[in-house]
Ligand binder design. Structure first.
Ligand SMILES: CC(C)(COP(=O)(O)OP(=O)(O)OC[C@H]1O[C@@H](n2cnc3c(N)ncnc32)[C@H](O)[C@@H]1OP(=O)(O)O)[C@@H](O)C(=O)NCCC(=O)NCCS
Length: 196
């Protein structure tokens, strides 16, 4: 079952990152990473060809109140986004009785490969289970997106199934790999991490 989320007064902190609501003043940073060809495309949207496109999307992030800006503490720049969206599992009889959200994310290409998104996802999972009280969090990646697959594996999600669908913005059919993290699985991960 879908849960209403409002992150208006929420700020999450991890070792290197702050996740907070978007602000109008984030426009330049947003356009800087969202205009790079091949970044958004891996997540299902076309890179932004003008700052006006970024402005419109930023307005929707602020209105929807369910997408965090990811701020790199070291330079205070917004370097990505992490959203809590409606989950594919709401349409699955095995899961639709659970309180669910789906994580989606993008990181500026200049910051890839430092484990920043796994860090952001872990912060978001903590928020989803400890503060929001969700039963499970889902996530997915296009079959060919190995970078996102690695983030999902490293965070400990369990693979559930794959499904094919059409991505309108990119005008192509993709295979989406779908995963879930239950509250129990998250707790056992957390215990294992605290021991290591
Ligand atoms: C997916 C994404 C968020 C990963 O973030 P990240 O902080 O770089 O994640 P990690 O540092 O854990 O790296 C994940 C994998 O990316 C690969 N990778 C790392 N640096 C890379 C680089 N510069 N170029 C290509 N791949 C790279 C590695 O395979 C790494 O896995 P490993 O740790 O097993 O070696 C980021 O690549 C991204 O924003 N991609 C475009 C948008 C996207 O795919 N969104 C997800 C849609 S489902």
């Amino acid at each position: 079952m879908d849960i209403e989320i409002d992150i208006t007064n929420t700020q999450l902190e991890t070792q290197r990152l702050i996740l907070r609501p978007w602000k109008e003043s984030d426009l330049c940073d947003f356009f800087e990473y969202a205009s790079v060809d091949g970044v958004g495309e891996m997540a299902g949207w076309k890179h932004h060809e003008s700052v006006e496109v970024s402005r419109e999307i930023l307005q929707s992030f602020m209105a929807d109140k369910n997408v965090f800006a990811i701020v790199y503490k070291e330079n205070s720049k917004v370097i990505g986004s992490l959203g809590l969206h409606t989950s594919w599992a709401n349409g699955d009889m095995n899961y639709n009785h659970l309180k669910l959200k789906e994580i989606g994310y993008v990181l500026s290409k200049s910051y890839w490969g430092q484990g920043l998104m796994p860090e952001a996802v872990n912060g978001a999972l903590r928020f989803c289970f400890d503060t929001v009280g969700l039963d499970a969090v889902t996530i997915g990646h296009f079959a060919y997106n190995n970078q996102s697959r690695r983030v999902i594996e490293k965070c400990g999600f369990e693979f559930v199934k794959q499904c094919e669908y059409h991505v309108k913005q990119l005008q192509k059919d993709v295979i989406d790999m779908q995963y879930i993290m239950s509250r129990d699985r998250w707790n056992s991960y957390r215990i294992a991490e605290s021991r290591s």
